[in-house]
Design a protein. Structure first.
Length: 220
């Protein structure tokens, strides 16, 4: 029976992907000496936000996810990042593969909202592995399961996520709105002859802010 140990040694932004994609460097070690013909591998990736510290600015941005910091001991829970599959080719003893993970920048999704709130440091990830292992046996192959206990922890630098976003949305952000909201924004944009959507949102924010109150100066 194959004895597999999984590890993650790095992460980069995939520069040539059509959508935002993370590329993780995985190592798989087989310690029993059994030749592995292939692995149909599944990987569930979770963010473990309770395993890092946050600045005051980050805590403010995370308020809508976790609530007030006084409740974080109860409200901060793992966040699902992705579930991906890949095929691992034949190897003996040790192999290294690249696991590509498509990501969303939809800020209504909890993982994107969390990642966007971070300024620096690392992102604690837990990778949970499962799948089917095909091992060489005589003139044929035996089929085994990746044990449910197979997992790996990795601290991904926040800068890697920022690189992923900047490759696809340089200097900008992405928001999803309903068609009705878009129709109203379009009407406001046209009515005020605003050149861009950014200018439209800026104008609306300026209109929504209360006027600055100028304090009275009393003559001595």
């Amino acid at each position: 029976m194959a004895d597999l140990v999984f590890g993650c040694t790095g992460a980069t932004a995939e520069r040539y992907a059509a959508t935002p994609t993370l590329a993780f460097a995985l190592t798989i070690t087989e310690s029993s000496g059994v030749p592995v013909h292939a692995i149909a591998l599944r990987c569930q990736i979770r963010i473990e936000p309770q395993r890092r510290r946050y600045s005051a600015a980050e805590a403010r941005r995370l308020h809508d996810l976790f609530g007030d910091t006084s409740r974080w001991a109860d409200s901060v829970k793992p966040i699902q990042l992705a579930m991906v599959t890949t095929m691992v080719p034949s190897f003996s003893a040790l192999t290294e593969i690249e696991l590509q993970v498509p990501c969303t920048y939809d800020l209504e999704v909890a993982s994107a909202r969390y990642l966007q709130a971070l300024d620096d440091g690392t992102i604690p990830l837990l990778m949970l592995f499962s799948g089917t292992v095909f091992v060489a046996q005589g003139n044929g192959y035996a089929v085994e399961l990746v044990p449910w206990s197979a997992e790996a922890s990795f601290r991904m630098p926040v800068s890697v996520w920022q690189d992923v976003v900047d490759l696809h949305f340089p200097g900008s952000a992405w928001l999803r709105v309903s068609r009705e909201t878009l129709d109203e924004l379009s009407a406001f944009k046209s009515e005020h002859a605003l050149p861009t959507w950014d200018a439209t949102l800026t104008a609306l924010l300026a209109h929504a802010r209360p006027a600055d109150v100028v304090p009275e100066v009393t003559e001595p």
